[in-house]
Design a protein around this ligand. Structure first.
Ligand SMILES: [Zn+2]
Length: 80
């Protein structure tokens, strides 16, 4: 699967926040670094080593790793 247009990714992420597939709460910590091949739960693409991944850690100990761009869209969706 190739890269989706940004507005399409934004729509997918917004839907996932609404239906609970992505957390609606703010993470308590964030780490940013090069991708490590994890699947991004926001856009469902692998985070390649050439991309920037943002690891979001929540108060309950859960964490998710998303693309930097997906993080921005997720934040926009959950704070709307
Ligand atoms: Zn992503």
């Amino acid at each position: 699967m190739g890269r989706l247009p940004p507005d399409q990714v934004a729509a997918i992420i917004a839907r996932k926040v609404v239906d609970g597939r992505l957390p609606i709460g703010a993470p308590s910590a964030m780490l940013r670094g090069p991708g490590t091949g994890h699947l991004c739960p926001a856009c469902e693409r692998e985070i390649a080593t050439s991309e920037i991944e943002t690891e979001c850690i929540f108060r309950d100990g859960r964490s998710i790793r998303v693309h930097m761009e997906c993080f921005t869209e997720w934040e926009r969706a959950r704070t709307r």
